[in-house]
Design a protein around this ligand. Structure first.
Ligand SMILES: [Zn+2]
Length: 314
């Protein structure tokens, strides 16, 4: 629960005037919330790898990435997983997708009802001279849970589990427009390709009842134009923050990740209401003042460093 929310709760019992102030917020407090399951990765240095739960009206409904360790954090939050029916994968690096089987089995032992998981993630691509092979998201799900998949038994372990998978465009194209991938009951999810060196990558924006959150995933500087298109006016920009400004990191990392000075510029240009810095590495976590100073060169809004199990309301 956020500090402002708990203050409101206390005020309600004490002062009628404050009750009025708190009872008429700009939006109902529980409309859209984000809980961080994993704020770190890929190194095993005390944080779970990238993973977020998105709550609609207080109920966890959407999982964004499934990094290793998120299974344990999910249990520690005490949040129910049974209503999560939508999974958004930003890319198929292990620190973003490796916990899927564990989370699916955790649901199976906790909830015996049938479910269809709607899974969205990048298309794959063949290995090239300078690129690794990445399966499409549908191929990954098939390899894990398909009839010949490694964990095929899970689909009928308790309730029946189905997967409805959509492979999304994941190669940046000049002038690309965000694609609507889900629209129901006031929930709108858009996607656009990101750029993460050779890994097909997708940026997601979730809008619900007038509030929005955008997840960059891991993107390098080539992901800016698409990010700025999809994130315009977003209330919360969740930006993966792995490297310090050049030349602090090895050059190859700047072909995978965005430097803090550029994060600040993008946050300002998109008009982001607040920024949550996630996927923290020892470099960024250990030099928070430097990260913040770089972002502050352009961006004046609230900046929060993610922690596992933290909740933030867009
Ligand atoms: Zn990553």
């Amino acid at each position: 629960m956020s500090a402002s929310r708990s203050i409101c709760t206390r005020a309600k019992g004490l002062l009628a005037a404050l009750l009025i102030l708190c009872a008429v917020p700009a939006f109902a407090a529980d409309d859209l919330s984000v809980v961080v399951l994993g704020s770190g990765g890929p190194g095993a240095v005390g944080r779970a790898s990238s993973s977020f739960l998105v709550l609609l009206d207080g109920t966890p409904r959407i999982l964004v990435d499934a990094g290793p360790g998120s299974f344990a954090r999910l249990g520690e939050t005490g949040l129910p997983f049974g209503a999560v029916d939508t999974i958004l994968l930003t890319h198929l690096h292990a620190d973003h997708a490796g916990e899927l089987p564990g989370l699916v089995k955790a649901r199976a032992v906790a909830v015996r009802s049938d479910i269809t998981f709607r899974v969205f993630g990048p298309r794959g691509h063949a290995a090239g001279s300078d690129a690794a092979y990445f399966p499409s998201t549908s191929r990954l799900i098939d390899l894990l849970f398909g009839k010949q998949g490694a964990f095929s038994y899970l689909t009928d372990f308790s309730g029946h589990i189905d997967f409805s998978v959509k492979d999304l465009a994941a190669t940046p194209v000049k002038g690309a427009k965000p694609e609507s991938i889900l629209s129901e009951n006031g929930l709108e999810i858009h996607a656009i390709p990101g750029h993460h060196r050779d890994a097909p990558a997708v940026i997601y924006r979730i809008d619900y009842r007038g509030h929005s959150v955008t997840f960059t995933g891991d993107i390098d500087s080539n992901g800016w134009p698409d990010l700025e298109t999809i994130a315009k006016g977003t209330n919360l920009l969740v930006f993966n923050t792995v490297v310090l400004d050049p030349p602090a990191a090895p050059p190859i990392l700047y072909t995978l990740h965005t430097a803090p000075t550029d994060i600040g510029r993008i946050a300002k240009d998109t008009g982001a209401g607040k920024v949550l810095l996630a996927h923290l590495s020892p470099a960024t976590d250990g030099n928070r003042a430097d990260v913040e100073a770089s972002i502050r060169k352009s961006y004046a809004g609230p900046i929060t460093f993610a922690e596992d199990k933290a909740r933030i309301d867009p």
